[in-house]
Write a protein that binds this ligand. Structure first.
Ligand code: FES
Length: 219
């Protein structure tokens, strides 16, 4: 579960501005909605704020990941001409918005029943032992935060974690440790199944819809 939203925490910056590049993206997003309905853009704008902070954090020392300061929510409220509390309501409801600082690599570990039955306990233990942190904590170098989450909809390839925008599936304690090593070296691991399974087909290969699998080039 993500950290609670603290309006007056020490880490909250005084102000927030979108960069020129992000202002252009915002204009494009708002243009997708009918006149007078610009408030509907609140979710993509929150996402853009989080991405901008994440990009800035990747260049900072120590590094940090994408999160949404209160000042960004207030700024979004101004842009969309809506009460700030309505922006807070949306941001606090959805788990993909981080409302407190996180590490550059946000490791969200699914521990719901299918992942748990397939070994998520071992994945959790590997993360805690290897990184030396507990749930909702960030490593001192700002590289990793670990967080426990509910089902992320990839149960067929359980156990799995989401790290920033990517899913890593069919994990074992060993492959989870390798993922951490690769990310720690600023490299990008192969996303998806970590045991070579294509999409979510049977481990032994496709058993039905063989023509479709060939067409999709997954066999
Ligand atoms: S239970 Fe883990 S992805 Fe669904």
């Amino acid at each position: 579960m993500k950290k609670p939203f603290e309006l007056h925490a020490d880490y909250q910056p005084e102000s927030f501005e979108f960069t020129k590049a992000y202002q252009k993206k915002i204009k494009d997003v708002i243009a997708l909605y009918p006149p007078g309905r610009q408030q509907s853009a609140v979710m993509p704008l929150l996402d853009l704020a989080q991405r901008q902070v994440g990009e800035e954090g990747a260049k900072a020392t120590p590094v940090y990941g994408g999160w949404i300061p209160r000042a960004a929510m207030d700024h979004i409220a101004e842009i969309l001409d809506m009460p700030a509390v309505k922006v807070y309501e949306v941001a606090t409801f959805y788990s993909m918005y981080n409302l407190a600082p996180v590490g550059k690599h946000l490791v969200q570990i699914c521990t719901t029943t299918p992942c748990w039955l397939n070994g998520s306990d071992g994945v959790v233990k590997t993360c805690k032992d290897k990184l030396g942190i507990q749930m909702n904590e960030t490593t001192e170098d700002g590289q990793f935060t670990i967080m426990e989450v509910e089902c992320l909809g990839a149960c067929v390839n359980a156990p799995m974690v989401q790290i920033n925008d990517d899913y890593y599936e069919d994990l074992t304690p060993e492959t989870m440790a390798e993922l951490i090593d690769i990310l720690g070296q600023d490299m990008k691991p192969t996303v998806g199944s970590q045991k070579g399974r294509a999409c979510s087909m049977a481990a032994s290969g496709p058993t039905v819809m063989l023509e479709g699998a060939k067409k999709a080039k997954v066999v």
